[in-house]
Design a protein around this ligand. Sequence first.
Ligand code: GLU
Length: 457
Amino acid sequence: MTSKVRFAPSPTGLLHVGNARTALINALFAVAGEGQFLLRFDDTDRERSRDEFASAVEEDLRWMGLAWDSCVRQRDHIANYQAALARLRDVGRVYPCWETPEELEYKRKRQLARGRPPIYDRAALKLSVAERARLEAEGRRPHWRFLLEPGSLAWDDLVRGRVELQADHMSDPIVVRADGTFLYMLPSAIDDIEFHVTCVIRGEDHVANTAVQIQMFRALGSEPPAFAHLPLLTDIAGKGLSKRLGSMTVRSLREDGIEPLALASYLARLGTGDAPHPAGSLSELARNFDMSRYGRATPKFDESQLARVNAQVLHSASWRTMQPRLAALGLTHANESFWNAVRDNLERLGDVQDWYDVCFGDITVGAIDAALADQAAASLPSEPWDGATWQDWTQAIRKATGRKGRDLFLPLRLALTGRQHGPELRELLPLIGRRVVQQRLRTAAGVRAPTPANLGL
Ligand code: GLU
């Protein structure tokens, strides 16, 4: 049997890094095992689900480089859920309840006050026909609960190992609201059966749901799939990331200049014990993928580590992959020599603009000793320039001025780039070109274009 996994976000917000990691691990699992990857939108909550969020999630997943074999929306499968619900009702595994949220809350508080666990008391099962009729006559519509069988539930989790939970300690979950809409739990199990999902990989916030869903699979006549529950990410202080939802979406990282491959490399290795470092491609991540490397320890999402991986990704990115990106930024003069010269100086791709201006645009240069600037200008070789020009030029200046080392190179760097650090001048020089180098040396020596101020007006 081919393996099949699914990523099942609820389209109620933007894709969060935690969910992006779940999506990525599902996708890598599928590719590594030559299985299938299903994207499923859990959008039965009509109030909170939005098409814009579903489209945004798809766009963010694509941006990360992920692809799926098919995509389904739960709202297109309501008839299936209703049919399954009817089957469960016929065999007594779901039952109607009429309590209002206030009544349930009151029961809960009373149980807690008596030191008892707040488990639903199944009062609805004890109602007589007449009592039910009276509630219906009051205009109440029932919600439906799934009847849990007592006893223990166990599975061998691919991340957590053997997990065992007691159904006796759980409330029968509500599966259908009074307005007839389905909650997450049952449709998820129905779809996992319908779409032949063989392994459910999701966050450990779903561990208790798994115990319930295992009973649902069986009640629906199916064997449950395998399960893998990944620990939820926290920030470096150990706080849940969801508390900082706005600042930790894939969208915000993307807007912040994080490369998709950096995010994927970082997220895929988080929690495996591997030091963060970039992969050459998603295929490489898939080739090295091993589910058993994900442990139970809480992975900490560290933005500074991600930033480092991001820089490393840029430093080794080829001109071929970056050409369209630079074109999209409107950097029309950028070419392979430019990219190779500057890439090691980038932390985010956006930093490239500064170096582009150094090579092809206008910059503010640093002031340097006028005699040196004059001599440097006088020593400029004629064009064409190449990688050897820098050495010829600086040797000539050294001979003429006696300056060497930092005394020579720092002023030249300041005059040509306006900065104390940056890419190799040897590589920048031919990109800047003789005419502009000459201009900058003049400006650095204090010869300014006439302005009302320096003309004394
Ligand atoms: N919609 C659920 C969530 O986003 C899916 C959980 C699951 O993978 O079953 O948490």
